[in-house]
Design a protein. Sequence first.
Length: 402
Amino acid sequence: MEKLILDYTYADISPKWEDLREEFLREKDNLPFVKTLKEDWLSLIRSRLEGFSAKHLVVVGIGGSSLGAEALLRALLPVSFNSRGRRIFFFDNVDPERTAELAELVEPENTAFIIISKSGNTTETLANFLILYRKFPWKERYMVITGGGFLKEFARKEGFLTFPVPDYLPGRYSVLSPVGLVPFYLEGIEIEEIMQGAEEGLSLSGRPLYQNPALLSASAIFQNYQAGRNILVNLVYSEHLYPLGFWYRQLFSESLGKDGKGQTPVLDLGSVDQHSKLQLYLDGPDDKVYLFWRVRNFRKDENIDCQEGLEFCGKPLSHIIYSMALSTERALHESGRPTLAFELPKIKPRFLGQFITVLQSQVWFISKMQGVYPFDQPGVERMKRIAREYIKGKFPSDRRTT
């Protein structure tokens, strides 16, 4: 089987966590990111969207309601997808200038508006949605993906098309539910291939330690955390794969940052960020572990023209970027920095599906090593309560300013 691999050439791996594989196999069917794969989401989506078509997509959501769908769409579609007639806009942040400028580009008569919030009460999502609905009150163009709250009731009253988000599924684990699958379906992405890959990723995560990229990477990351390396640097050597790093950053942070524990994930783009951060990584404090994301075969490539004296004469760009990744790993190793690397054979729906569930399984393994529960976010809920008070105008009076 052609598959995702983990290169642990420069990583020290302890076999002490081998028993976690057995626990994973026992608990697997009850894990939220596994349960969603057992649902027949594709049949539901096909039946509810029968006869529906749209040239453009507007996706309104934030965090887990947006990052996964955006990551896979940006991975699989051309870089220039928004300049070739068919457009996708993601309304996530509530920056007023950005929202206003994006809204000016919307063509409502040809657009599907997809509003996503598991709780149905997410402030930023509701704010952007209500602005868009005031500007473009075309009921038949809207669909809502939610588990309840204001949004579910509003959708019922307005007669919007709706899809569920199961109670058992935290937002950051929901990309392989209607949250991600509805946008994929409307864009013609091969959902069956993604789901096949997701199942294969789970199979890899149940293998013995040295055949198991999820458990191997979890062991190396946690071992370095115990050694005082509190920062996980993700170096992504693919522009198309880079947005998936934002999804992983949330998955890792919200699942593991609890009870005074957890590493801080950092996201870098190779080879661009070698030219701004690598000096720090090589000769600065040894408080980081480095996780590379590589692609072995690119879908498109360009050869470099020959000029006398250049070592890359006639080489393809894919060779240059792959060499940059390998040489950076080697340099970090020679500086005594721990590294490991995921490598995808190619950016295709099946391999992205594998990668999604391998990363979800990896985070579950680390949660067991740390002793934290990976499926809640109590700190975030505290912030939301404070935000509601501030939004009502109850600002604190004790601010100190210059």
